[in-house]
Design a protein around this ligand. Structure first.
Ligand code: NAP
Length: 529
């Protein structure tokens, strides 16, 4: 479309326009076009060579401490441009101001966290993994494991919902580990990631080749990856499975991490009385998760698992909270929930809602229609109000455990006399989730529920009275803790402190004279876990 900015890729040290028919990026509240991306024309071989031959060696010369300084500079730069970036996220992502901060501060915060970790590693160039072991009769013959940066490229493919955080939580780990990055944001919301990379390029923070950006299609890039390269993907399970199955990745044993769909649950313990602190925490965090980023969070609560005795009270209290949500154009100050990010998102969410209604009744929000979204032009925008459903038969319901409806939608399931095991069994039925939360102050219930559900979860959040006022809730991914889940959630793992670097490094066993091993590993690196 004439007059619209074309978002170019940053490849080989310059900005490169794509080819072919462009895709439009729009404001999802007004449908006003904002920018366009011509998807084709990527010279994958040149991009990979630039990363492997220029970026990798440049990063490899640096210590962890020196790479940490790069991360800190990126974090500060993003923070310094926070207002501009918030405006972009609101325009292109349908984010409220709070949603936009969540994404952008998530990016700068994660970079700052990994900068701190890198500072602690200081002069080191490899990590030591775990305790060493004595192998011989005397302590001289010793064994240990080290981790060294892989000598390839980290290819990152990101989802539309966190263009800032998704891009930079991955980049933080890869760059600190010493791997150059080629990052591809989802097309529909690429404006934010594009601008952030533009700022970093203009500020000349990173060595040449350390960070490249693909706006549009990866083309045949995956068909050129080798055994030292890695692919970290975040998005739908369908795309994840497709990329993981790329023949070249299988043939070359390219390391792949998939962060995919997730049907996260929130369990209310039987001990939690209406009106108690833990009860209020549960309600507040469920309502927040359903509406923050218009429910387009991989960690959002989709299934509420509540005791029979309190199910009606939970429904009533949540319906009241959801009724207070003001849906509309995020540029309007009174709006508390924006639109879905794209027209296909709205279509898919509506279709998902219709599927859920096959086995569940709507308790609040009707069909999600919003008669007059505040501040939006009439008939425009991809709006859907929050919808709470209740499974007609909690034991028999299936779709609720299988279909991720990626919007402001959650379904309530009841459990009865079976207690922790019954609740845990419902959590397990999603066949693998990123996170689930248990709201209870009862140690026996919590211990049993965690034991039962943990193999199916990447993270368990325990919501209790003592953490009220301190916690950001289960939907906030923290760099200190691992993020990723088994099965349906993709089987991947990211972040988790130093663990986040391991994907980008090769673990190598060393054996020999202990003094020599110490010298090889570097005296400043202590045990890592
Ligand atoms: P998606 O449609 O699967 O797209 C994800 C990314 O893959 C986009 O960058 C997309 O690019 C790219 N892509 C699609 N087809 C591709 C192909 N054939 N080759 C290479 N790249 C390809 O997912 P989405 O709609 O953006 O994201 C929503 C989903 O992500 C939800 O299911 C959500 O649960 C999940 N998610 C998971 C996490 C997590 O941490 N587990 C975090 C956020 C989101 P284009 O946009 O250019 O098509």
């Amino acid at each position: 479309m004439a007059g619209l900015p074309n978002l170019e890729s940053y490849l080989g040290g310059r900005w490169v326009a794509g080819t072919g028919a462009p895709a439009l990026l729009v404001n999802p509240a007004t449908e006003e076009p904002l920018a366009q991306i011509a998807a084709g024309g990527l010279d994958a071989g040149a991009a990979l060579a630039h990363a492997r031959d220029v970026g990798g060696p440049a990063l490899g010369k640096l210590t962890f401490g020196e790479r940490a300084a790069l991360l800190r500079a990126m974090s500060r730069l993003i923070h310094a441009h926070r207002d501009e970036l918030i405006a972009l996220a609101m325009a292109n992502g349908g984010n409220t101001r709070g949603d936009a901060k969540f994404d952008i501060d998530g990016a700068s915060g994660t970079l700052a966290y990994y900068a701190d970790l890198g500072d602690k590693l200081g002069e080191a160039r490899v990590l030591v993994d775990g305790e060493g072991v004595q192998l011989g009769r005397s302590p001289r013959l010793f064994g240990a494991h080290i981790l060294a940066p892989r000598a390839g490229v980290a290819v990152h493919v990101n989802a539309f919902n966190f263009p800032a955080w998704g891009t930079f939580e991955k980049a933080a780990c890869a760059l600190l580990a010493g791997m150059p990055v080629i990052s591809k944001p989802a097309t529909a919301t690429a404006l934010l990631a594009h601008r952030m990379v533009q700022l970093i390029v203009e500020a000349k923070i990173l060595p040449p080749g350390a960070l490249q950006l693909v706006c549009g299609s990866l083309g045949d890039l995956l068909d050129h990856l080798n055994g030292q390269d890695v692919l970290a993907f975040t998005g739908s399970g369908t795309t994840g499975a497709k990329l993981r199955g790329t023949p070249r990745l299988i043939e070359r044993n390219v390391r792949v991490n998939v962060e995919a769909d997730s049907l996260n649950a929130a369990v209310l313990g039987p001990d939690v009385e209406p009106g108690s602190e833990t009860w209020n925490l549960f309600l507040a965090e469920v309502a927040k998760d359903m509406t923050q980023k218009t429910g387009q969070k991989c960690t959002a609560i989709r299934r509420l698992i509540v005791p029979d005795a309190h199910a009606s009270a939970v429904e009533e209290a949540l319906a009241e909270r959801l009724a207070a949500v003001v849906v509309g154009n995020p540029s309007h100050d009174d709006v508390t929930m924006g639109p879905l990010a794209t027209a296909p998102q709205l279509r898919d969410t509506r279709a998902g809602l219709a599927r859920l209604r096959e086995e569940a009744d709507v308790v609040a929000g009707d069909d999600g229609s919003v008669a007059a979204p505040l501040g939006a032009p009439a008939g425009k925008g991809f709006f859907l109000g929050p919808v709470l459903l209740r499974a007609r038969d909690s034991a028999a319901a299936q779709i609720v455990h299988e279909l991720e409806v990626f919007g402001p939608v959650a379904t309530l399931l009841r459990y009865g006399a079976g207690g922790a095991r019954a609740a845990g069994a419902l959590v397990r039925r999603a066949q693998g989730s990123l996170v689930s939360s248990l709201y209870s102050d009862d140690r026996v219930f919590l211990t049993e529920a965690v034991r039962h559900a943990a193999p199916f979860l990447g993270r368990v959040y325990v919501g209790s009275a003592k953490i009220v006022g301190q916690t950001a809730g289960p939907g906030t991914v923290l760099p200190q803790l691992a993020h990723g889940g088994p099965g349906r959630a993709g089987g991947g793992e990211e972040l988790g402190g130093l663990r986040g670097l391991y994907f980008y490094m090769q673990r190598t066993a060393l054996s020999g004279d202990r003094a020599l091993l110490d010298a090889i590993a570097g005296a400043t690196v202590a045990v890592t876990r």
